[in-house]
Design a binder for this molecule. Structure first.
Ligand SMILES: [Zn+2]
Length: 186
């Protein structure tokens, strides 16, 4: 799980809060964590919020380039509740797959949907976007946003580092079908 979603843990910004564990057990644990966050609004959306540093960086990128959210406008692309994470999981997977993930026998699903309680979207540090052009990617990268979850095409993670610093923190670059992923080296 940490290999798939752990990129955020290199964040050097003291204002960014990171979860104490990689998997929240339920809505209450998720809410207790989310209640400690300082959030920022993504300009031009209905109700898209991220941790403030991540939101500020994304707003900057979206001034440089027009970058739509995956679904267009809403909170589902941004910071999610435990129940939204759970609902998405059940759309693509089930308890049997969850057991396999927990045994370390299944990893492919992690690039499709996050197991309950593990999504970067719970931490306010991820957003799903519709990105097509080099220029859009560049604007995101220049503002600390990178693709860190292998095969999850719309998913962007706020890492807060410059691209040249990513290898210094151990990130591994992998290009798949024209998309550059920066993978957590675990
Ligand atoms: Zn996502």
């Amino acid at each position: 799980m940490l290999r798939a979603y752990g990129a955020v843990f290199v964040n050097q910004d003291v204002k960014i809060k990171l979860p104490q564990k990689g998997m929240f057990a339920n809505e209450q644990e998720t809410q207790d964590f989310q209640a400690t966050l300082t959030m920022g609004y993504i300009d031009g959306t209905n109700d898209c919020y991220l941790q403030k540093s991540a939101a500020d960086a994304l707003n900057k990128a979206r001034i440089q380039q027009q970058i739509p959210l995956k679904s267009g406008y809403g909170s589902g692309d941004c910071t999610r509740t435990f129940s939204t994470n759970l609902r998405f999981w059940h759309k693509y997977a089930n308890n049997q797959i969850l057991a396999k993930v927990q045994q370390g026998k299944e990893t492919k699903i992690l690039g499709v949907v996050a197991p309950p309680g593990t999504s970067q979207h719970l931490w306010g540090l991820a957003i799903d976007l519709r990105v097509g052009s080099k220029e859009q990617r560049k604007a995101l990268n220049q503002n600390g946003w990178f693709q860190t979850v292998y095969n999850d095409v719309p998913h962007w993670t706020y890492v807060g580092l410059t691209e040249e610093n990513l290898p210094l923190f151990g990130f591994k670059k992998q290009v798949v079908r024209g998309i550059t992923y920066w993978l957590t080296p675990l």
